[in-house]
Design a protein around this ligand. Structure first.
Ligand SMILES: Nc1ncnc2c1ncn2[C@@H]1O[C@H](COP(=O)(O)OP(=O)(O)O)[C@@H](O)[C@H]1O
Ligand SMILES: [Mg+2]
Length: 278
């Protein structure tokens, strides 16, 4: 497949751009959030029913210019994610997973193709409108947590609410931390927390404003197996109990297998059987 090439380079977004939330307060995650439970979601809404689609990418390509010339990172990728689904993006390192996740979350624009998030064509929105849409709909969990080191766990989780001048930021952050089992560590700084605990703070920050879709880039990638299972459980509990749509990048076959559907990338191309359907 021919890949579009242009000179646009991906812009770097700050964590603050991504974590900011809006006024749609969501109900607190039940206390069971941090307990191990299997994901029983099996219903598959019919494909291409627009009312059920939360996310659609059509023929998306991304190219960047560098000293070696143009690099095609993604080539004609299409996909659909329905509301309430859990969707995994798998593939070897360097296959374009993180780039695709950033495009789907509206952090960056494709070189060609279209992405619709909750019925909004991202390429038709200016930077400010995309930021507003992200704040309203999106939670993002970065692979390396991206917590602000000078802020406590609670202050990190308060950020999305404070940036949108929402009330009750502290009690809501505290509630979100309790839901991920870190109620007793609210006043600890990231450096005083283990990797798994930092990831739980990052997840609390990603869902505190009740996003419709939560993107997570290799959420278990830096964690030992047991901690990773705990984090997966937390994500699937959000999916099951709050109907938060999940879009995960993962190397973890168990995690991918738990998702409603998954797709595979290889060198920027979608490989799996659904590639032509989406
Ligand atoms: N801003 C960029 N400039 C140049 N190359 C990039 C940029 N972002 C990603 N790449 C390259 O694109 C390829 C895919 O990267 P990435 O999306 O991070 O893959 P993955 O997450 O699957 O490991 C890699 O070869 C990476 O080096
Ligand atoms: Mg990556």
């Amino acid at each position: 497949m021919l890949c579009a090439a242009d000179s646009e380079s991906p812009s770097t977004r700050t964590v603050l751009d991504v974590v900011a939330g809006d006024g749609t307060a969501a109900p607190a995650l039940p206390a069971s959030a941090s307990r191990m439970q299997p994901n029983h979601q099996t219903r598959h809404p019919r494909m291409s029913d627009p009312s059920k689609l939360l996310l659609a990418a059509r023929d998306v390509s991304k190219s960047v210019s560098g000293p070696e010339g143009v690099l095609d990172i993604l080539c004609g990728v299409s996909l659909e994610v329905r509301r309430g689904e859990s969707f995994a993006i798998v593939g070897a390192s360097g296959s374009g997973k993180t780039t695709l996740l950033g495009l789907l979350a509206g952090l960056d624009l494709p070189s060609s193709g279209q992405i619709e998030l909750d019925g909004q064509a991202l390429q038709e929105l200016d930077e400010e409108a995309r930021a507003r849409l992200r704040r309203r709909l999106v939670g993002f969990v970065f692979q390396s947590f991206h917590l602000l080191p000078a802020l406590t766990a609670e202050e990190n989780v308060m950020l999305p609410l404070e940036l949108e001048r929402q009330r009750e930021a502290r009690p809501r952050a505290s509630e979100a931390l309790a839901a991920v089992g870190l109620g007793a560590r609210r006043r600890h700084y990231p450096a005083q927390l283990s990797g798994g605990e930092q990831q739980r703070v990052a997840i609390a920050r990603a869902f505190v404003h009740g996003p419709r879709v939560l993107f997570a880039d290799e959420p278990t990638g830096n964690l030992d197996q047991r901690t990773g299972e705990h984090i997966s459980e937390l994500l699937f509990t959000l999916n099951r109990e709050r109907h938060t749509t999940l879009v995960l990048v993962t190397h973890d076959q168990h995690l991918a297998a738990r998702c409603t559907r998954h797709m595979e990338l290889e060198a920027g191309h979608r490989l799996d059987a659904e590639a032509r359907v989406a």
